[in-house]
Every structure is written in C-alpha cells, then in structure tokens.
Design a protein around this ligand. Sequence first.
Ligand code: 4AD
Length: 469
Amino acid sequence: GALRFCSSVPCPKPRTSAKLRVREALGVLDASGERVTVQGWIRSVRSQKEVLFLHVNDGSSLESLQVVADSSLDSRELGFGSSVEVQGQLVKSQAKKQNVELKAEKIEVIGNCETKVFPIKYKERHPLEFLRQYPHLRCRTNALGSILRVRSEATAAIHSYFKDNGFVHIHTPVITSNDCEGAGELFQVEPSSKIKVPEENFFNVPAFLTVSGQLHLEVMAGAFTQVFTFGPTFRAENSQSRRHLAEFYMVEAEISFLESLQDLMQVMEDLFKAATVMVLSNCSEDVELCHKFVAPGHRDRLEHMLKNNFLIISYTEAVEILNQASQNFTFTPKWGVDLQTEHEKYLVKHCGDIPVFVINYPLALKPFYMRENEDDPQQTVAAVDLLVPGIGELYGGSLREERYHILEQRLARSGLTEAYQWYLDLRRFGSVPHGGFGMGFERYLQCVLGVNNIKDVIPFPRFTHSCVL
Ligand code: 4AD
C-alpha cells in the first residue's frame, strides 16, 4: 500500500516505492510492517542478547534509522563505517527518541570499512580542527553533516529570497579580465604548458579568476533592474586567518533606480534576516546540533540579532568611538586608515552585539566605482560595510558612481580609462542611480552557526599552502 509521510519529509507525497531514504523512512506515519529497502553507512552497532541494533545514516538527516536484526545474521562485517543495504519491515519503535524502526530481514554489506584505520572513531566527538585533516572523510560525521546540510539549505533560502523579491539570477563569469576591487589579489589564469596556444596568450589579454561579479552585475542591472549572483570568488590573500579563504562563495546583488544607501541597507538586512529565519525553520535539528557542538548559547545571540533593527554609524563616528575606547589596539585607529578586525569587533561589542552598518568611508580607501558624497567636505563615498558579532565584516556594498564625467575622472586617476570603456558606456546609454553589495557566504554561515573557523563551513577549503583534493 501507499506510504504516508509526516510533513517534515521534503517529498511527503504518498509513495509505493520500496526504496526509501533514511529521512523518508523516519517520516513514515503509522508504520505497520511495510516492506522497504534502505541504504546507508553504519553509524553504530550494539548487540543485546539475541538482538543486534544498528544505526544507519545516508546523509538525508541528522537522525539515523534504527535497524533491529536477529543476531543470527552474519554480523562480522557489520562494523562502524561500512555501507549497507537493509531490507525489512518498517514498524513502530519502542525506543524513546524514534517513532519508526526497521526490522531487518536481509542485510547486505556493500562496502566493508577498515574500522581499525578509519580516522573517524565510533562514539568519539572529534574536534573540528582534527576533522580538517580529513577533507575526504569528515562529511561522514554528525558535525560536518549538519554544517553542510545547513549550507545547502542556506543556499536555497538565499535563492528563494531573491526570487520572492523580483531579482533575476545572473551567472557572472569565473574567468574575467577585470580586477573589480583594484586590490591586486588576483589569481592569473593560463592554460597548462602542454597546451599549444597560437598567439602569445590564450585570451589575448591577461585573464584572472574573478574577485567579484559586481561589474558584470552592473551591466545586467542596466537591463533587468534587480539582479543577483551567487558563486565562487577568488582572492590571492596570503592569509591563514579564521575568516579568509582563497576561494569563497559570494552573494552579490545590484539594484537600479536606487536612490539612497538607506534603501540598499534595507535589502541587506532583509536578506540576512529572511534567509536566517528560513534556515532556522527548515533545518532546526542541524542548526541545534551545530550550536550545541561548537557554540553553546549561540542561538540566543542569533535571536538577539534577528529581533533588533541593525544599527547605522558613519565611518567618522566609528573612528571617534575607537579613539575613546578604553581598550588598547594593536593598530591605532585613525581617520583615513582602514578599520582592522580588532576595530570591527570592538564596534560590534560597543553596539550591544547588534549588527552595525558603517557608512561613508574616505574616498581614498575605496575602489573607483563608489559614488562620491558631493556635500561632504571630508571627501567620502557612499560605501557601506555590515559588521556582525564574532566575525566583523560580513557585507561590503556601495552606491555606484553613475555620473559619466565624475566616473571618467576617477578612472583616469586610477589609470583605468582604456580598460573600462565598456563600463563608462553604461553611463552613456541610459545611466541610472544604482548600487549593490556582496555578502561572504562562508562568513554568513559562521555567523548563523557560531563556527569559529571559516575552513569548517566549506566542503573543501582552499587557503595559502593548502589545496588538497
Ligand atoms: O567587501 P568586498 O571585497 O566587496 C566586493 O567584492 C564588492 N565588489 C561586492 C559588491 O558590492 N558586489 O567583499 C564582500 C564580502 C566581504 O564583506 C566578506 O564577507 C567576503 O566578501 N570576503 C571574503 N570571505 C572569505 N574569504 C575572503 N578572502 C574574503 N574576502 C571578502
């Protein structure tokens, strides 16, 4: 007969198929001996008198399915880590935490696990730093399983926020000839020496892995009004810090007919809150496990961020606050100099652990594309960074310089006029006030989950001296 699933199963339609994912099996309502097949990896084995209890997990949920087998079954290979296929009857469970269990009729070991040398040990709670040594195996633990399922949900939540708000998704290129941020942190792209290129260089111009899709998004915002991109971004930053990677994912949006920084900040705040609320409701168990495992008390800190309006201070006010701080900083805060991580952290604490937008930075500190605040004698641009507790900078954004002549002068001063003719064209052919932002996706996950090191929220981290796998 047809199986009925509880509503938390992503595909809760009645199904007659006998092969179920663990999450589906756990979500079957009124199990009454239906014959099903489940495949996965053994997470625990326990024998008790005549009975063998296994827990099988296939990554579809944090929870594993309890399999109850007759100890007469050949259990020699039923070790922790082995992959198995279990056929049996789905029945109501007597166990406290589980509604359903699988009464095994046949267990087939698909791949045996060499438990003795398997770095992940049964019943051990391995710290995240230890697991980092095994990027090919760590996804089999509860902690990384939960983090990566949350990552997947958060990706979907961000896409859904933009879709619900009328943004068009653009695939911006990974290979590009521009250095959007002008910081020179580029990875150059060249074919391997085995490839024979007729000309001197494959693309005729130096090509790089993108540091930001912003300039391409600005092109598209000139046609679709509201656009976003969400993809890998590369920076040759020589940093081993807990918040920098050489390859990270960035969520970027660009909005035309935008008149104020206020309107941009509203979208930045809405995106953070809407995506987080969606993640908390769609994978609450995984989030709970992460908080418990890596950051007890983090849920309260997150709720505090969600229920308060984000604050706004100017860069000038930020420097004043830092100069009045009782704390001694390694880098003395000074107007005209970039804020350091230690300063960002102090500012967030000062703001009561509520995310804070810092706006209107000195023009000299920021890239050529940011819009000048013409009525400010201090020469600032309409830039905005969002600082969040525990991390510091999560977003960077700005209004863009849409006025042809001013942009032309800015480009000339940076020696970029020739390369950016196409960018100037956007200001000649129906220019509009516009602006946008970029949010570091891994830093977002760190902020939601309370994970201290960025290397633990991405499946395969790339950073200085590390590109294994
Ligand atoms: O402030 P950034 O450099 O802004 C831009 O690239 C703009 N063009 C974005 C835009 O307006 N469309 O980077 C944006 C965010 C940072 O706030 C940070 O969260 C993240 O990207 N980020 C990094 N995350 C991990 N590792 C790194 N090396 C990062 N560099 C920046």
